[in-house]
Design a protein. Structure first.
Length: 131
């Protein structure tokens, strides 16, 4: 509508610790929405990828995660090797496992922003987590 690509709707369930792609062609700019329930404290989303060994992704880490709880974990993976940059949630609110959330990512080339709220929340009701 405003020049941002619409990729369509997909449902993707992936075993913990694995990567899977629901699309293989990523536009330069798009918004990515999902609802998720973090069953182990860490839920990841892939934004750009050549394959599962070379990608950019984000993890939302909530209370109970073994990896920097209540952080957004921005990642790159090159030749199968990860580099992570965990950042505490900007809004300072702790999130729990076993709760359904709605997430929105704004992808603008190499710039990303993450927003989070309760499942079913309107897009204007999501809190900024990280840029």
């Amino acid at each position: 509508a405003d020049g941002i690509a619409v990729l369509g709707s997909f449902v993707l369930d992936c075993p913990g610790g694995e990567e899977a792609l629901s699309v293989t062609e990523f536009p330069e700019e798009y918004d990515y929405y999902a609802e998720f329930n973090s069953v182990n404290g860490l839920t990841g989303f892939i934004f750009q990828a050549q394959d599962t060994g070379n990608l950019y992704m984000n993890q939302v880490s909530v209370t109970g995660s073994a990896w920097t709880p209540n952080n957004v974990r921005w990642h790159s993976k090159v030749a199968g090797n990860y580099a992570a940059d965990p950042l505490p949630f900007v809004d300072g609110v702790d999130r729990d496992m076993g709760v359904w959330y709605r997430v929105r990512f704004e992808v603008r080339g190499a710039s990303f922003a993450a927003y989070l709220g309760d499942a079913g929340a309107g897009m204007n009701d999501l809190s900024l987590l990280s840029e």
